[in-house]
Design a protein around this ligand. Structure first.
Ligand code: SF4
Length: 736
């Protein structure tokens, strides 16, 4: 039983989070570094270029990397302080085993012994309960080489169907929607296409806090005369400088997109040639949006009819435009439909595949894009291939030198893995850089499931809250202790460079995975000596797939400051802008620019349905969750960096003064938010920048401060993304 080995207080005292601050060499601005290494930030999907300063195998600071074209030296607060995660007091430097007799709950053990125990337990569980009874959960912050290795390790060494990754909580609705409409899942444009555009439309994206460098692109576009439209339940920082703000009620985005398309049709703000020649399905969508009159749209979305008409006119009459969305429209039980609604207004405008005409999702995690392309998703093989497609299986089986019949079929998504653990169908788990106890909805259920595991091994560099439940912990590598490629927000493949060596017994994650494979007697195919060797195999595995990396090399990436995929041959420069007229792809084969046999994009009817759990008299307020600029995802890293915790020390409940007054709550009052799944008590943050029917809690904290004690595990039926952005709660001043 994977219950906590000792009390949470004891675990926290030993493993943190403790706060790192600048001390010693990190304080001495005049100290001469041993080296200054160009690499990238370890946090969000923008992957800003940065130069890390190294002294005595320790990262002591940074310099801006002004030549890197995406951020040109700019960084957000997380990037500025990221160097403090190295040489951290909480850093795991030995293998650990669960030990309730030890005051910390874990005792060190020799690495080789730990590997042997892991291999033995995997084999035991699979022999008794079947191959699929052991599951893997990995991360979208891993390099693409590691993500590739994890997919191969699951299918070839363990032969389990059950592998998934924490990108399931992030961009999968966008990925699924893009595949349905375009046949490919990637930002369609480089961000430079935003600079000289007439209109920038931002839906459900707190750009300034979650993708800070993108704010600079938005503001440059505004300097060039672009109108900025922001759709959000909160007046986020980027919304405070926009030209038109649409304060949408959470969970109603499809209604707005349908209402906009209705007005585009009514006013003939359409690109008829593009619709006729480059798309299919417009008639059905046009028929569907007839019901979405401005009046009806206003009623459902909570946005004034006048604002809807203004947005439609600016969007409809623009010559160039760039539409971006993020988790605000994707984290829903109808997230894919939301994305398709957004794509419909892009396709109707015809403004895609041309200079200054763009569409993209804003990826969240560091390798949110690359991490979802090469096989660590439950239904996917490298190159964006489909694990249920016989041709795709045959190709990858050949690369891996196994029989296609030996490759498992599709497994289940990350949340379903926990449901299967709860039901006893999955008995063992390996996690790598994933902290589901904090990041998955309905924390109480996830904890209950974790406690049922027969065996759990966690690979990480800090002991996160999920790893508290582990039987064995293996000390993995920090971002700066390994090399490899990552695909950032624009679809640009960049290179992470190794800056320092892992400390103590810690080692690169890919070495740990291969050690387990070897110990299981499954060494064949897991003898890579370097990330370069993994990339060489990945290039072959991706060749001919939609996500074709076969022409991408470390040398080309460094020389070009990144390579946009697809890049199908050594002499190919990469593809910054997708869907250009006359472009070739392996599905359309010259019939058109989109990735379908006829080369045409798809309009898809996006039907509106309310959120799974709408408000009622018992739970009358909407809870929505998201990020703040000072923290990242489950906070496992940023809650350990002193200056970031100083900036934003604890989660607060954001609410409008009108709601606060109605509830008798003042700014700073301890306030309880309760859903059908749990409650949490936090300080109130009374602000005028949120709808009065909605409260907001950031989700970077654990335990009794976790917003995910409240959220619902409802998922989109296609993408399986959880509905983090809407659930029903009651809110009251905390009882003494
Ligand atoms: S967190 Fe994102 S925006 Fe901030 S420095 Fe890192 S990559 Fe850039």
């Amino acid at each position: 039983m994977a219950k906590l080995p000792v009390t949470l207080e004891q675990l926290t005292e030993s493993f943190g989070p403790h706060l790192a601050r600048s001390t010693g060499n990190r304080l001495e601005t005049g100290i001469e570094p041993d080296s200054v290494v160009k690499t990238h930030c370890c946090f969000c999907g923008q992957q800003c270029g940065i130069q890390l300063k190294v002294k005595d195998n320790q990262v002591i600071g940074f310099e801006p990397w002004e030549d890197f074209p995406f951020n040109r030296g700019m960084l957000c607060p997380k990037g500025v302080k990221r160097y403090l995660q190295g040489a951290h007091p909480d850093r795991l430097v030995t293998a650990l085993k669960r030990d309730p007799s030890h005051p910390s709950g874990f005792s060190p053990m020799p690495y080789a012994e730990a590997i042997d125990r892991v291999a033995t337990e995997i084999k035991r569980i699979q022999a008794v309960h079947g191959r699929d009874a052991f599951a893997l959960l990995s991360g979208a912050s891993l390099t693409t080489e590691k993500a590739y290795l994890m997919g191969k390790f699951a299918r070839v060494a363990l032969k389990t169907a059950n592998i998934d990754y924490n990108g399931r909580l992030c961009m999968v609705s966008a990925g699924a929607g893009n595949k349905k409409a375009f046949g490919i899942d990637r930002a369609a444009n480089p961000w430079s296409d935003m600079l000289k555009t007439d209109v920038v439309w931002i839906s459900g994206a707190n750009v300034a806090e979650c993708a800070p460098i993108t704010t600079n692109y938005v503001w440059q576009a505004r300097e060039h005369g672009a109108k900025i439209i922001v759709v959000d339940p909160r007046i986020t920082p980027v919304a405070r400088t926009c030209d038109l703000f649409l304060p949408i009620k959470p969970g109603r985005d499809i209604a707005l997109f349908n209402g906009i398309l209705h007005l585009m049709i009514e006013n003939d703000w359409l690109d008829h040639d593009f619709i006729q020649n480059s798309t299919v399905g417009f008639e059905a969508v046009a028929e569907h949006v007839k019901q979405w009159t401005p009046k009806f749209t206003a009623k459902v979305t909570g946005i004034a009819e006048k604002s809807i008409r203004q947005a439609a006119e600016w969007w409809g009459t623009a010559k160039t435009s760039f539409l971006m969305h993020a988790r605000g429209i994707e984290h829903h039980s109808h997230g894919v439909q939301n994305v398709l609604g957004a794509i419909n207004i892009v396709l109707a405008s015809g403004r895609i595949g041309r200079e200054n005409c763009g569409y993209a999702t804003i990826t969240g995690q560091g390798n949110g894009q690359g991490g979802r392309e090469h096989g660590q998703k439950c239904d996917q093989l490298p190159g964006g291939r489909d694990i249920s497609n016989p041709e795709h299986r045959a190709y990858i089986a050949k690369v891996w030198d196994v029989s296609p019949d030996d490759l498992p079929q599709a497994g289940v998504d990350a949340y379903e893995i926990f449901r299967k653990i709860d039901k006893g169908e999955i008995r063992g788990l390996l996690s790598l850089c994933f902290n589901p106890k904090v990041s998955l909805p309905d924390n109480a259920f996830v904890t209950k499931a974790l406690e049922k595991l027969e065996f759990y091994v966690a690979i990480d560099f800090f002991l996160n809250e999920t790893a508290h439940h582990a039987d064995i912990v293996l000390p993995g590598s920090l971002h700066e202790e390994d090399e490899g490629i990552v695909t950032q927000i624009e679809g640009r493949v960049i290179k992470i460079n190794k800056v320092i060596d892992p400390p103590g017994e810690a080692r690169q994650d890919w070495r740990i995975i291969q050690d387990i494979a070897r110990q299981m007697g499954a060494e064949k195919g897991f003898t890579f000596a370097s990330p370069q060797e993994m990339l060489d195999e990945l290039r072959i595995a991706s060749k001919g797939g939609v996500a074709d990396y076969s022409g991408i090399t470390y040398e080309k990436v460094e020389r070009q400051h990144g390579v946009f995929w697809p890049c199908p041959s050594d002499d190919h420069p990469g593809t910054p802008r997708l869907f250009e007229p006359g472009s070739w792809n392996p599905i359309a084969k010259g019939t058109g620019p989109f990735y379908f046999p006829d080369g045409k994009a798809r309009f898809v009817v996006a039907g509106y349905t309310p959120p799974t759990e709408d408000v009622d008299t018992e739970y009358p307020i909407i809870l929505t969750t998201g990020r703040v600029i000072s923290h990242f995802l489950s906070g496992s890293q940023t809650r350990r960096i002193g200056p970031l915790v100083d900036q934003y020390p604890e989660p607060r409940v954001e609410m409008h003064p009108r709601l606060a007054e109605k509830l008798g709550i003042a700014n700073g009052d301890l306030t309880t938010v309760e859903s059908r799944r749990g409650n949490c008590t936090l300080k109130a943050h009374v602000v005028t920048t949120i709808r009065p029917d909605t409260v907001f809690i950031p989700y970077h904290w654990a335990g009794r401060q976790s917003a995910n004690q409240l959220t619902i595990s409802a998922q989109d039926p296609i993408s399986k993304i959880p509905e983090y952005k809407v659930c029903a709660v009651k809110v009251f001043k905390a009882r003494d």
